[in-house]
Design a protein around this ligand. Structure first.
Ligand code: NAD
Ligand code: DAU
Length: 352
C-alpha cells in the first residue's frame, strides 16, 4: 500500500505515546505510522492491542540510545516526520538513577537529531517534533504562569535532562536548519499511565486499601490535562505549528495535590461502594521528594490563539473516567505492576 506521509513516533507504547499513536492511526489512514519503542518498564504493547493489526501501523522494538541502529533505521525507512516522546519520565526515578535519564533523554534525542539531519539534508517538508514538559521552567510561586518566554530553570535530573534535549533540538534548528517544533506540556492523566505516577498509584492503593503517600505538606500544585487532549494538541502542532516554534500545552486546571487526592478518594468511595470518607483515611503524609517543585501552571494562550486548540475535558469528568478505567482494567494494572507484560513482550520481540 502507498502512503502519503510516514511518521516515526518514538515511545509509542508508553502512556501518552499510545494515545497519540491510536489517534494518528485512526485519523490518518493515508499515513504510515511507525512506533519505535524499547519496551522499558513503562511501555507495553497491551496499550495498543486494538490497533496492532491496522494496515498503516508498524511496531519496531529498539533503543534510541543505540546510534548505529537509529542511523540504519532512518536510512531504510525514509520518514517524513518524527514525533519524539521516548523518554525516562518519572521524577522520583531520576533522583535514584539519573544516568538512565541522561542516556535516553539527552543522548537518545541527539541520536535522533543526527539521523534526521543526515536523512533530510536538502529535502523539504520534513518535521522533527520534540515532546517536552513544563518542568523545564522550574517552579512558580503562588502566582504567575509559564509562558513560552519563561527562562529555563530545571531542578530535578529529569527536568534537567528534558531541558537539555529541548536546547539541543533548538540548536539543531538554528545551527543546521533542521525543521523542528517543541511543545512543553503539564501533568497528563488518564488510562495506560504506569502506576508509579500520582493518580494511577493512588487508585491502585485505594483499591487495595494501602496507604496513600503524600509528599511533604501536600500543597504542591500541578496543572492537569486529560491525556487525549495532549494527543490532539500534538496532532494540531505537528500539522500547523510554525517551524522553529515552541508551544505550551496545558489545561488551565491547577490543583493542589491534597485537593485532587481528596477528590479522587471521594470518587473511589462511590465507585467501590465504600463508606464516604474511608479512602481519605488512607492518606499518609511522608518525607518530601528532594528538590520538589512547588507549583507548575501553564499559559497555553499561544496554542489557542494561533492554532485554535483548547482542552476538551473538565477534571471532574476526567477523574471519574480515569478511576473507572483502572478499576475496569484490573488485569492491566496487575500485569504492569508485577512486570508480567514487560516479560511477555520482551520475549515476544526478543529477536526483532
Ligand atoms: P512513559 O514513561 O509512559 O513512556 C515512555 C515510553 O518511552 C515507554 O514506552 C518506553 O518504553 C519508551 N522508552 C524509554 N526509553 C527508551 C529508549 N531508550 N528507546 C526507545 N524507547 C524508550 O512516558 P509518558 O508519560 O508517556 O511521556 C512521554 C513523553 O512526554 C516524555 O518525553 C515526557 O517527558 C513527556 N511529557 C510527559 C508528561 C506527563 O505528564 N506524563 C507531561 C509532559 C511531557
Ligand atoms: O509536569 C509534567 C510532568 O508531570 C511530566 O513531565 C512528568 O513526566 C510526569 O511524571 C509528571 O511529573 P510530576 O512529578 O508532577 O508527577 P508525579 O505523578 O510523580 O507527581 C505529581 C505530584 O504528586 C507531585 O507534586 C509529587 C506528588 N506525589 C507523587 C507521588 C508519585 C506524591 O505526593 N506522592 C506520590 O506517591
Amino acid at each position: 500500500m502507498n502512503f502519503d506521509h510516514k511518521i516515526l513516533v518514538t515511545g509509542g507504547a508508553g502512556f501518552i505515546g499510545s494515545h497519540l499513536v491510536r489517534l494518528l492511526v485512526n485519523k490518518y489512514p493515508n499515513y504510515s505510522i511507525v512506533n519505535l519503542d524499547e519496551l522499558t518498564y513503562a511501555g507495553n504493547m497491551e496499550n495498543l492491542k486494538d490497533i496492532e493489526n491496522a494496515s498503516n501501523y508498524t511496531f519496531i522494538k529498539g533503543d534510541i540510545t543505540d546510534a548505529d541502529f537509529i542511523h540504519e533505521l532512518f536510512s531504510v525507512q525514509q520518514f517524513d516526520g518524527v514525533i519524539h516522546l521516548a523518554a525516562e519520565s518519572h521524577v522520583d526515578r531520576s533522583i535514584s538513577n539519573p544516568m538512565s535519564f541522561i542516556m535516553t533523554n539527552i543522548v537518545g534525542t541527539v541520536n535522533l537529531l543526527n539521523a534526521a539531519k543526515k536523512a533530510w539534508e536538502g529535502k523539504d517538508g520534513k518535521r522533527f517534533f520534540h515532546v517536552s514538559t513544563d518542568e523545564v521552567y522550574g517552579t512558580l510561586g503562588e502566582t504567575g504562569l509559564f509562558t513560552e518566554e519563561t527562562a529555563y530553570d530545571p531542578r530535578s535530573p529529569y527536568s534537567a535532562s528534558k531541558a537539555s534535549s529541548d536546547h539541543l533540538v533548538r540548536a539543531y534548528h538554528h545551527t543546521f536548519g533542521l525543521p523542528i517544533v517543541v511543545s512543553n506540556c503539564s501533568n497528563n492523566y488518564g488510562p495506560n499511565q504506569f502506576p508509579e505516577k500520582l493518580l494511577p498509584l493512588f487508585i491502585h492503593n485505594i483499591k487495595n486499601e494501602k496507604p496513600l503517600p503524600v509528599y511533604g505538606d501536600g500543597k504542591y500544585t500541578r496543572d492537569w490535562l486529560w491525556v487525549m487532549d495532549h494527543a490532539t494538541a500534538i496532532d494540531v502542532i505537528y500539522h500547523k505549528g510554525k517551524n522553529g516554534d515552541t508551544y505550551n500545552i496545558g489545561g488551565h486546571n491547577e490543583w493542589k495535590n491534597i485537593d485532587i487526592i481528596h477528590q479522587l478518594c471521594d470518587v473511589m468511595d462511590d465507585l467501590l461502594d465504600r463508606a464516604k470518607g474511608s479512602s481519605r483515611e488512607l492518606i499518609t503524609f511522608v518525607k518530601d521528594r528532594p528538590g520538589h517543585d512547588r507549583r507548575y501552571a501553564i499559559d497555553a494562550t499561544k496554542l489557542k490563539d494561533e492554532l485554535g486548540w483548547v482542552p476538551s475535558l473538565q477534571m471532574e469528568e476526567g477523574l471519574l473516567k480515569t478511576a473507572k478505567w483502572y478499576l475496569e482494567n484490573e488485569e492491566w494494572l496487575d500485569n504492569v505492576t508485577s512486570g508480567n507484560y514487560q516479560k511477555y513482550y520482551k520475549e515476544q520481540y526478543a529477536n526483532r
